[in-house]
Design a protein around this ligand. Structure first.
Ligand code: AR6
Length: 169
């Protein structure tokens, strides 16, 4: 079965999917942006579990429970900081998305939601990041038969329009 990719404008902390993806940092000890929102909504159990994980390299991902969130799991993926595009940012971003799909498959997640990793505090240009996101998720889904539905969660109208444009091609 071919997985479906779509975009929805939402606060990812409200999404009742098997796994939401967090745009985390290498410490996995929380931060601002979507990371802060996820930790606030999940409650302190999430932070306690994250402290047992000993961080996560850029381009990788680690999975925890969802605690008070409607999602069963949180997949903490670490995207790159944008330095202008010639420091391997696209490869690192693709790797973070692919690592998240690998974990979703391993944990039998049928439904997964992604924020636009690296495009807030880390400064990755939104349109370029969305191209990488859709391409890398599509590639990873070819080896993740359990994952049926991937939702790209747009937090603003700009991201909604960007993802709609890419997904309608
Ligand atoms: N739901 C969905 N998307 C959101 C939400 C939300 N509740 N809140 C923000 N976004 P960012 P990064 C969007 O800055 O650039 C943290 O401190 C936001 O509009 O959260 O990967 C981490 O700990 C943007 O499009 O993550 C790291 O230190 C996207 O989520 C650092 O920020 C990502 O923005 C990671 O920076």
């Amino acid at each position: 079965m071919t997985a479906v990719m779509s975009v929805r404008r939402a606060d990812i902390t409200t999404m009742a999917v098997d796994a939401i993806v967090n745009a985390a940092n290498e410490s996995l000890l929380g931060g601002g942006g979507v990371d802060g929102a996820i930790h606030r909504a999940a409650g302190p159990g999430l932070q306690d579990e994250c402290e047992t994980l000993h961080g996560c390299a850029t381009g990788s991902a680690k999975l925890t429970g969802g605690y008070a969130l409607p999602a069963t799991y949180v997949i903490h993926a670490v995207g790159p900081v944008w330095h202008g595009g010639d420091r391997g940012e696209a490869l690192a971003l693709a790797s973070a998305y692919e690592a998240a799909i690998v974990l979703a498959q391993e944990h039998r997640c049928r439904t997964v939601a992604f924020p636009s990793i690296s495009t807030g505090i880390y400064g990755y240009p939104k349109a370029q990041a969305a191209e990488v996101a859709v391409r890398s998720v599509a590639r990873a889904l070819a080896s993740a038969p359990y994952v049926e539905e991937v939702t790209f969660c747009a937090y603003d109208d700009e991201d909604l329009a960007i993802y709609r444009g890419i997904l309608s091609r």
